[in-house]
Design a protein around this ligand. Structure first.
Ligand SMILES: NC(=O)c1ccc[n+]([C@@H]2O[C@H](COP(=O)([O-])OP(=O)(O)OC[C@H]3O[C@@H](n4cnc5c(N)ncnc54)[C@H](O)[C@@H]3O)[C@@H](O)[C@H]2O)c1
Ligand SMILES: O=c1ccn([C@@H]2O[C@H](COP(=O)(O)OP(=O)(O)O[C@H]3O[C@H](CO)[C@@H](O)[C@H](O)[C@H]3O)[C@@H](O)[C@H]2O)c(=O)[nH]1
Length: 446
């Protein structure tokens, strides 16, 4: 099939590369000419394990190409996927301007029957708005071209996106059109050969399913963070509690890791978008508001622990930070807890030396130039370099090389010996035996 992806970001590029790998002819479109030029030169703009090889191979085999020209790409497309951003507006609602701009552009170029698929995460009713926007342009052109609009939300996780896309738990297809469902079933057939995992539902059901999935996962995390904070008050280790409750099949082990809060481009924005949908219908989504509030407070917890440890005196302190990306396996810093921590440390007068295996360059772009010029934030090139002369080490993102550090080397390099473990990766007793003070999230005091 000829597939066109509109929006070549985390979702669009992974989706395009995976469809190409299954033998389809794929064109990825983006209105950012610099991004398209990079991709044409073989430079992958994001770090996502396995993606570079997949893109290179499919480009070489002429199944994958890149362009800024949607009209040209649409000439041969059987299916068009919208994978543009739906960022939060200041009031928390999802900003639909990119989705609707693309819908109008599609309407201006549509020539023959095409299935238009929304893969972006969007409020309930967007599929109908996309259909109306395309029809408006067709009416303006005074042409009658048949098309269908389908909701097909994406559930991949960054850091394991290729694997998630290739082996999905389920594929949600929101459509009432038999013709569109047939096209979608054929496209996804190679991904569900071993057992049927396509769920058909209405467009609106599909749109809500995506928000509900993210809100449920975010709720599990905020719940566990709440329990962790209660554990600390009564000298209980949340890691034992996690094992104890996770082994109940009704609860399960996934997404119950307490930590420094959830980040990324999805959970924070999607929880707020769902709250906003409630507000627009005079419904106060109090549970979701608490999930969001707990997460905002949780992102401050590491700073509060460090501040307390140094009795409020951070001006002469250097803090080493391991991990900048919002999770391991990505260079994405959107809503990353590291940013809240570093901003608070710098505001309190501390110096920060940070290291991330993949997000260093993105972090240099993310932190304002004056912050970097101040010399109080250094983003260093090596894991142990961050610890030299540091007063404390903070683990924010649990990349594998951080999980089993050489505590002896750390002890030798650091001038004061405190470890703050924002992802509960270390055995408190092992860290203490190595001569450090230890503070995790929801761990016992001794
Ligand atoms: N990142 C994830 O892990 C993930 C997973 C599932 C769903 N989603 C959802 O998928 C959507 C895309 O997310 P993302 O993280 O890939 O976003 P992104 O910001 O990485 O990429 C969006 C791309 O769209 C391009 N774009 C914007 N307007 C355009 C236009 N008019 N024509 C062509 N290109 C245009 C931008 O230049 C950008 O490259 C969002 O709705 C998000 O909530 C994201
Ligand atoms: O037990 C846990 C699990 C995750 N996290 C944090 O939660 C955030 C999000 O992690 P994850 O869900 O693994 O990554 P995302 O790429 O944001 O993926 C989520 O958001 C995507 C975009 O909508 C969805 O497609 C995915 O299904 C959904 O998991 C990260 O900051 C993690 O550190 C925790 O704190 N505790």
């Amino acid at each position: 099939m000829n597939v066109t992806l509109i929006g070549t970001g985390y979702v669009g590029l992974v989706t395009g590369a995976c469809f190409a790998e299954m033998g389809n002819t794929v064109t990825c479109v983006d209105n950012d000419p610099a991004k398209i030029e990079q991709l044409r030169q073989g430079v992958i703009p994001i770090y996502e394990p396995g993606l570079a090889d997949l893109v290179t191979r499919n480009v070489q085999q002429e199944r994958l190409q890149f362009t800024t020209l949607l009209g040209d790409a649409m000439q041969s497309a059987d299916i068009l996927f919208l994978a543009v951003g739906t960022p939060a507006r200041p009031d928390g609602s999802a900003d639909m301007q990119f989705v609707l701009a693309v819908a109008h552009e599609i309407g201006r170029h549509l020539q023959r029957y095409t299935v238009v698929v929304d893969k972006s995460t969007v409020p309930v009713g967007t599929t109908e708005q996309v259909r109306a926007a395309i029809q408006e342009e067709l009416d303006a052109r005074q042409v009658d071209v048949p098309f269908d609009v389908v909701s097909n939300p994406e559930f991949l996780k960054e850091g394991v996106a290729v694997n998630d896309f290739m082996s999905p738990d389920r594929i949600v297809i929101g459509s009432t059109s038999a013709r569109a469902k047939e096209v979608m079933a054929a496209l996804y057939a190679p991904f569900v050969r071993n057992h049927p995992r396509i769920l058909y539902m209405s467009e609106r059901d599909a749109e809500m399913t995506k928000y509900a999935a993210n809100a449920m996962l975010a709720t599990k995390i905020s719940f566990m963070n709440e329990i962790a904070n209660l554990c600390e008050l009564v000298d209980v280790d949340v890691e034992q509690v996690r094992l104890g409750i996770g082994s109940d099949a009704r609860i399960g082990f996934h997404f119950i890791y307490a930590g420094a809060g959830y980040g990324g481009s999805c959970f924070p924005k999607d929880v707020r978008a769902l709250m906003h949908i409630g507000a627009a219908h005079d419904y106060e989504a109090g549970l979701l508001r608490s999930v969001d509030a707990r997460n905002n407070a949780q992102k401050k917890i590491l700073f509060e622990k460090i501040h307390r440890h140094f009795q409020g005196e951070l001006q002469s302190r250097t803090i080493a930070v391991w991990g900048l990306a919002f999770k391991p396996g990505t260079d994405d810093l959107r809503e990353a807890p590291s940013r809240d921590l570093i901003e608070a440390l710098l505001a309190a007068g501390a110096c920060v030396k940070a290291f991330d295996p993949e997000a260093g360059a993105a972090a240099r772009r993310a932190f304002a130039q004056d912050v970097q010029d101040s010399g109080r934030l250094q983003i260093v090139e090596a894991q142990y370099e961050a610890a030299i002369d540091a007063d404390a080490l903070v683990l924010v993102t649990e990349w594998k090389p951080f999980r089993h550090p050489d505590f002896k080397t750390l002890h030798r390099l650091m001038r004061h010996h405190a470890i703050f473990d924002g992802r509960n990766q270390y055995m408190p007793s092992a860290v203490r035996d190595a001569g450090f003070t230890y503070a995790g999230i929801g761990r016992t005091a001794s």
